[in-house]
Design a protein around this ligand. Structure first.
Ligand code: HEC
Length: 147
């Protein structure tokens, strides 16, 4: 498991200089997480947009009784800017097609996943969930038109 990660992280570093690096990196991350998921379950069929969309919008009841989804802060359209429901600070779009800063740093992505997944779901997300989630994000390229 560790070995696969290191190898793919090395590959990831190479893409960082190209123009649409965020998209290329996001695609590499999908490969890493898919490889990890296959490691856990040989029958894993691969990430899907539908799984990622469901995961992103799924509301989970927190310890304090409130319901929260990834979309609560990142909005239902990942191509839009979000807003942190706790601190009310604005969050730049998650979609790598809109925001070139996304998915640039594997360590940061992993740290954020772990942090947010534990915060909301109560445990780290699985590699399969991460793979589908990023697969879904890549399909969201159009910010909601301003009214
Ligand atoms: C309470 C608000 C909140 C919720 C809910 C939330 N996030 Fe975040 N998310 C943030 C903030 C704040 C950042 C960091 C600010 C930034 O990078 O622009 C962030 C950044 C991220 C990043 C970093 C992407 C990158 O490469 O820069 C990922 C991945 C992420 N969130 C995934 C998730 C997932 C998955 C969920 C649902 C399980 C989730 N978030 C729910 C607030 C939230």
């Amino acid at each position: 498991m560790k070995k696969i990660n290191l190898l793919l992280v090395a590959l990831l570093g190479l893409a960082a200089v190209t123009a649409h690096a965020s998209i290329a990196n996001a695609e590499k991350l999908i490969m890493i997480y898919t490889a990890q998921a296959k490691n856990v379950n040989a029958d894993y069929a691969g990430p899907t947009v539908a799984d990622g969309k469901f995961f992103f919008n799924r509301k989970i009841k927190l310890g304090n009784g409130k319901e929260m989804a990834c979309a609560s802060c990142h909005t239902a359209n990942p191509a839009d800017s979000g807003k942190n429901v706790v601190t009310h600070k604005s969050i730049k779009p998650l979609s790598p097609a809109v925001n070139a800063q996304r998915f640039a740093d594997f360590e940061k992505v992993e740290a954020k996943f772990t942090e947010h997944c534990i915060e909301i779901i109560g445990s780290d997300c699985t590699a399969a969930e991460k793979a589908s989630y990023i697969t879904y994000l890549l399909t969201e390229k159009t910010p909601t038109p301003k009214k």
